[in-house]
Design a binder for this molecule. Structure first.
Ligand SMILES: [Zn+2]
Length: 150
């Protein structure tokens, strides 16, 4: 099987508990190139074909692959190149805040809620879940390091 891009939030800890391969991205039993939940993680083949599908689901691999970058600009460039759609959400001292958009349609439809201009309680619980899943808050530091909030 091949690398499968994550489209929605997938709980990596839940996956680990089920006997569903050693690679989170092809679900096969393969030697792991980078382990991020115990002995399980991502295989070499998937790492070579890796594309970001959902910033929250992919957070371990994103952090791993950007670990050697040394500036905010480099990290932003890497993220864009690997399929992440970023919307700036402010800056404070050494930290740049962004929304990493997982689902552009939902994000755009509910941007008034996401940007805090309309209260989230005005929509149903199911819609709230979809809205929360449509993006992840990320912080990119001046030194290039990244924190993905999920
Ligand atoms: Zn794999």
């Amino acid at each position: 099987m091949l690398f499968r891009k994550k489209k929605t939030y997938e709980d990596v800890y839940k996956w680990r508990r089920h006997n569903n391969g050693t690679c989170f991205y092809c679900y096969e039993d393969k030697p792991v190139a980078y382990a991020f939940v115990g002995e399980k993680g991502i295989c070499q083949e998937c790492l070579a074909n890796f594309k970001v599908g959902h910033a929250g689901t992919d957070r371990h691999v994103i952090t791993y692959l950007t670990r050697s970058l040394t500036s905010h600009e480099e990290t932003v460039e890497w993220l864009k190149k690997h399929g992440v759609k970023l919307a700036p959400n402010g800056q404070q001292k050494d930290v740049h805040y962004y929304f990493a958009i997982n689902n552009m349609g939902i994000f755009n439809t509910y941007c008034a809620i996401i940007y805090g201009n309309v209260d989230i309680s005005t929509v149903s619980i199911a819609t709230q879940k979809r809205i929360m899943d449509s993006y992840n808050d990320i912080e990119i530091f001046k030194d290039g390091s990244i924190r993905i909030i999920y």
